[in-house]
Design a protein around this ligand. Sequence first.
Ligand code: SF4
Length: 316
Amino acid sequence: MKTFAYERARSPAEAAAAAAKSPGAKFIAGGTNLLDLMKLEIETPNRLIDVNGLALDRIEPTPEGGLRIGALVRNTDLAADPRVRRDYGLLSRGLLAGASGQLRNKATTAGNLLQRTRCAYFYDTNQPCNKRQPGSGCSAIGGFSRQHAVVGASPSCIATHPSDMAVAMRALDAVVETVQPDGRTRSIPIAELHRSPGDTPQVETTLARGELITAVTLPRPLGGVHVYRKVRDRASYAFALVSVGAVVQRDGTGRVALGGVAPKPWRVEAAEAEMPRGAKAVTARLLADAKPTDENQFKLTLVERTLAGVLAQAKA
Ligand code: SF4
């Protein structure tokens, strides 16, 4: 591991300003992804700004009837919060489908959103990877791509976003709150947080340098039945081949978002108009622009079958 400077921030604005001043700086909170990447020298920050002391670990009601989740709320605490379990079951179930109990005890809300892909070539520093080393090529294209994206990718990168929590938040229309290095705050709809890879897969979000996530806000509860179903190679501690998060109302309308199929949580609002017609019609719209590889073509069928199971479960 490379050496680095370490400092504890005293306020969100101070943390953002310090990170903007030092181009190689990274924020650290739970560190469940960052420390692994540092040990492999895939991430080589020259400065770690520890944000754990910033009182961003509360879950509070908003005046609009929603919930404001502090950036440092641990995944375990968020999944177990009685208000989340009662009104945002999709989020609680998505969180519990992710990682392991030990990791969820450490991982934070903001860190979960910003975790990096688990593409095996990204972690193998002997292999070309445009995300790790821009311009070096993509080993997954023409390589082992069973886990990779079938939609929303680019000729530069076909990696998926690994978060389950983000899939639930995308379906719930969460809004990400940040503080910028000049102290101003802004709100980013979660649909606009993660970028498509295009020619620059190393740039994964729309956050500016130094911009710090301080909270995630959920709108008023949607009601309905909340289901999160994750299909993976083993029952625990594995990333999704396909996941489906859905909120289904009594009349069959609702919302649906997918994980494991795209470089970001995948939702196509226009597809939701098809929900009363069933999984086949919704999947056709959700994956209309799919470009699977020979190795992951099965995901198209898997999405449809998983969604059919989710809709049947909701109806029951
Ligand atoms: Fe790298 Fe993306 Fe290709 Fe994986 S899919 S090897 S992360 S460029």
